[in-house]
Design a binder for this molecule. Sequence first.
Ligand code: AHM
Ligand code: MG
Length: 339
Amino acid sequence: MNENIITIERHILEEQRRYGGRGDFSSLLSQIVLAAKVVSAQVGQAGLVDILGAVGNKNIQEEDVQKLDVFSNEIFINALNYIGRVCVMASEEEKDIILIPEQYPKGEYVVMFDPLDGSSNIDANISIGTIFSIFRRKTKGNGDGAIEDCLQPGYAQYGAGYVIYSTSTIFVYSTGAGVNGFTLDPSVGEFVLSYPDIKIPERGSIYSINEGYYNYWKRGTREYIDYLKSERNHNKKPYSLRYIGSLVADFHRTLLYGGIFLYPEDLRDPKRPAGKLRLLYEANPLAYVVEQAGGSASTGYQRILNVVPSEIHQRVPLIIGSRLDVEEYEEFAKRNNIE
Ligand code: AHM
Ligand code: MG
């Protein structure tokens, strides 16, 4: 094998050597990689579901065909629950925290994930993704973890990343020493380093937001988007709009090309003023990655990683991307509460 090829397993091992340790964190990451490969294989088959059997029906082998987000959720739970490295998990797909079954040992780490984000896009063959976030436990001992292990602020993350299932499957992660991206080589079933040490440009020229909600946005957000579309902005020409509506895909483009992604608070639904995205499974891990790449993530008023969660499915406005673009939005957000 060519010694210049860096597989993700080799990368995980080299990081472990650099930091020392018993390899618990490495084996946890390796299980996440394994789950991502299984989900990737299944996502690749998604277009055949209509031919082999519709969701909720039996497929041609008379097996139940599961919805892909339910399937992915189970894959991630099953990959992590028996390895003895995790004490509790939380998933966007599950109402309550997920405890490790009694028969398995409990470990030091807490894992939170969105197993298949953007799954409503599957039928249109649009990219979707998995997002994950890892903390160390706060509760003492080596028994079950608890909700307080899950409700830690994002700056305490030990590692985070995402997988994008697209023309290729790409695994991007950070453990606090930069961000690296790996592309799955399906012929050998390995992720190989393809985007070493990713850095996001300081400023971009693309904005990404669901502009259909313009009339529900607060004043600062409306004025900011008007400004980006004008020639008054820093680039002296209108920003381009790109919105896939699949967070991992919109984020991945923003990370590579620079610019800003926004899912701001809006006045659509008084019961849901903080937008749509979830702090624990979406905002925190992506905020960790973007900061490791030199970018920023904000609610508009504070750094995402400083938000102290009060419940596991908490929503939060997410403004994320190039540092100077996010800082500029924060200036406009000061006018958000002016009618
Ligand atoms: P999901 O978790 O139900 O899949 O929804 C999250 C998705 C994100 O991928 C995307 O950024 C957002 O919903 C798009 O929402 P909207 O259609 O309101 O623009
Ligand atoms: Mg989601």
